[in-house]
Design a binder for this molecule. Structure first.
Ligand code: GCU
Length: 337
């Protein structure tokens, strides 16, 4: 799988005539220079992020008179998110949607936004990630060491557990292997809920659940449905342990290579894309519930208080630095306003 990804990538880069750090550029003898920004995504073409990013590409192309276009590579075809971060640091990939859990492995201040109960709702999360007073430093913090810039975020909505057998309490999770994203916060979260957390990349989860290596996973309804996980884990239980966050990340040099005018167009079109994504998200969530239910899934509401009590100390244990405590305090304050 990994080897195929690398081969695919090399072919893509060769075909596109890629230049590290500034997209793939070409200029015909007559026209102006065109830059193709390569965007890596681990979702299917049905996922709202693919849909919103496709129109982002179209609008960017128009707004820059064809100087910048976006080529989206969905389905993890260029690699899993951890690999994509390396490729993006090296300028081979220009843009990617990356889960916050992966960024905490580069700068642990990102852990704050991955903690259980840090966000009360998608609306609260939206307010926080669009407030530069809270996010500016964090979003530029990887530019020096990794050449990565955070452009903004897409919500992952509420993440919940899904399993092969019903779950009502921590006791039902004893000894169960539950897939988590490769992050210390996620490991601690799922362990605290009573399960045996098993880190694995997104694209491997279906097969691992099917073969019995895993007893379940955790994600939003949209991923549960679009990845077809409901076929192999029927019980989707509303544990509400996290309102997750994806980031739109770019290679810093690719972004800086744009003229001021094109950067302004990029920012404007990104804002519109963000709004489009949020509208699509609510609709996609309902469609996922309907589709998975038709496919045999059971969506179960439970009293979450017993899990909530176990998760509170997890959040507290990860707030270790002044920067983390400051981001956390500002984030919680935003929930009250
Ligand atoms: C969600 C999220 C992805 C993430 C995935 C995962 O689908 O949008 O960015 O990779 O969860 O659980 O790995």
């Amino acid at each position: 799988m990994r080897r195929r990804n690398v081969l695919t990538l090399l072919t893509v880069v060769a075909l596109a005539g890629g230049t590290a750090g500034c997209g793939a550029t070409s200029s015909g003898s007559s026209g102006p220079q065109k830059t193709i920004l390569r965007l890596a995504l681990n979702q299917t073409k049905e996922h709202p992020s693919y849909v919103a990013l496709t129109s982002f590409g179209d609008r960017l192309d128009q707004a820059t008179d064809g100087r910048f276009t976006i080529d989206i590579f969905p389905n993890e075809v260029l690699g899993a998110q951890q690999e994509i971060l390396n490729l993006m640091s090296n300028g081979i990939v220009d843009l990617a949607i990356i889960s916050g859990t992966q960024l905490e492995n580069i700068n642990r201040d990102f852990q704050v936004f991955n903690l259980p109960a840090v966000f009360d709702s998608v609306a609260h999360q939206t307010k926080v990630i669009n407030d530069p007073e809270i996010t500016r430093q964090l979003f530029t913090s990887m530019e020096g060491s990794n050449r990565l810039t955070v452009i903004g975020g897409f919500t992952q909505g509420e993440r919940n557990l899904y399993t092969k057998t019903p779950v009502n309490s921590p006791a039902d999770l004893a000894g169960k292997k539950i897939r988590v994203q490769e992050s210390p916060v996620m490991l601690a979260t799922i362990d605290a809920m009573g399960a045996s957390a098993t880190p694995m990349s997104y694209g491997e989860v279906y097969t691992a659940m099917q073969s019995g290596v895993l007893d379940g996973a955790e994600n939003n309804e949209v991923s549960y449905y679009t990845q077809k996980h409901y076929e192999v884990a029927r019980y989707y239980t509303y544990t509400k342990h996290l309102v997750g966050l994806d980031y739109m990340v770019g290679n810093t040099d690719s972004l800086h290579a744009m003229s001021e005018q094109d950067q302004a167009a990029f920012d404007r079109e990104w804002t519109a894309t963000y709004q489009e994504f949020n509208d699509l998200w609510a609709k996609a969530t309902q469609e996922a519930i309907d589709g998975a239910t038709k496919g045999g899934a059971k969506f179960v509401k439970i009293d979450t208080s017993v899990f909530d009590a176990r998760l509170k100390p997890v959040a507290e244990s990860f707030l270790r630095t002044d920067v983390q405590r400051e981001i956390y305090a500002k984030t919680r304050k935003a929930a009250e306003q």
